[in-house]
Design a protein around this ligand. Structure first.
Ligand code: BT5
Length: 324
């Protein structure tokens, strides 16, 4: 997305229902009126609908339903989250591209998004089903100045932000299953994958992968997740704007992330526990070294799960799949 295109879309976002003249747009975007006209033509080809009124100018009356940089920018209200968008029609994994961009000096809040992933990944090399046009498959680059052991907290910060965004857009009330699943009525609607680029003990970049099932129909899910997965559309009976939901995620995440950097994890922990599914329940944590069974007590200041075993011993779980 060029600088001119960015400024143009921002001007239309700020204008709301008002018309903007070609002259005004040219001045704001810093280019000629002919260039503006060409950009508007390109946006039309992408699916934007304009209303043009003589002597008044242009207004956007409809944005298309993909997740291109233009569509995500139109209506975006954040300072830095999602301000730089790298869009692809089809990729193996957005995580891979985001890692490369982060190494190449991408700014904080840069987002890689794709309409389809052919090799979307979950934790422990599991697969993430990411079919065309129906979900949000994106990776967000953050560059916090934090020691490495704090990275898992950002998974929890993100989970809270996504729950709030889903609530804002759909009115649904999702729950979080530690550490990285977001469920609606017990079925998985979102997975989060946090990956690190670190030097010694400092974080260079955190790549937060977020997969949200948005407009899939039940029959779109493959056999192996048919009974464990759901989409926002299945739950609401409506088609949800993916770009609109992404904007909501960016707004919520920017706010929570800044709170987290300023005040630490405690305020996030309180919010997180409010959305958590398994606190107080008997669970099994399946770790790479074996199962830990007991009552989920909550999370520590560092976002680590605490489980009290039957013998009373309290175990700290850093990474596991939870079976309820
Ligand atoms: C996750 O892993 O839940 C993290 C998923 C992160 C996906 C995003 S999409 C954008 C970015 N780019 C990537 O390549 N990845 C990230 P985990 O907790 O390991 O869960 C994986 C398991 O969830 C699989 O083994 C399936 O059982 C199930 N699953 C796969 N696809 C699903 C889907 N679309 N909806 C619900 N469940 C799914």
């Amino acid at each position: 997305q060029s600088e001119i295109r960015k400024r143009l879309i921002e001007a239309f976002t700020n204008a709301g229902q008002e018309y903007l003249s070609g002259q005004y747009l040219a001045e704001t975007a810093g280019c000629s009126r002919t260039a503006i006209w060409k950009h508007i033509e390109e946006l039309r080809k992408e699916g934007f609908l304009f209303e043009a009124v003589k002597k008044k100018g242009y207004k956007i009356v409809h944005a298309p339903e993909n997740v291109t940089a233009d569509e995500i920018s139109f209506g975006l209200k954040t300072e830095f989250m999602g301000r730089s968008i790298h869009y692809e029609e089809k990729v193996d994994s957005t995580q891979k591209i985001a890692h490369r961009l982060a190494t190449d000096g991408a700014v904080e809040g840069t987002v890689v998004v794709a309409e389809e992933q052919t090799l979307g990944r979950g934790r422990l090399d599991r697969r993430w089903h990411s079919p065309k046009y129906t979900g949000i498959w994106m990776s967000i680059i953050l560059k916090p100045n934090l020691p490495m052991h704090k990275a898992p907290q950002l998974t929890l910060v993100t989970a809270v932000a996504v729950v709030q965004a889903i609530e804002d857009v759909t009115g649904l009330l999702p729950q979080i299953k530690w550490p990285n699943d977001i469920l609606i009525d017990g079925k998985k609607v979102t997975g989060i994958l946090t990956e690190l680029q670190a030097d010694a003990d400092r974080i260079n970049a955190i790549i937060i992968g977020i997969g949200i099932n948005v407009n899939q129909k039940l029959e779109d899910f493959p056999e192996d997740i048919l009974h464990t997965a759901t989409s926002l559309s299945v739950e609401t009976g409506q088609v949800i704007s993916r770009a609109g939901l992404m904007q909501a995620v960016f707004a919520r995440l920017e706010k929570l992330y800044l709170t987290y950097l300023k005040d630490g994890f405690y305020p996030i922990k309180l919010l997180w526990e409010g959305y958590a599914l398994s606190i107080g329940k008997e669970i099994i944590a399946r770790t790479v070294t074996g199962d830990i069974a007991g009552k989920a007590l909550g999370i520590t200041e560092d976002g680590v799960l605490k489980i009290q075993q039957e013998d009373g011993e309290i175990r700290h779980v850093y990474s596991a799949d939870i079976i309820i």
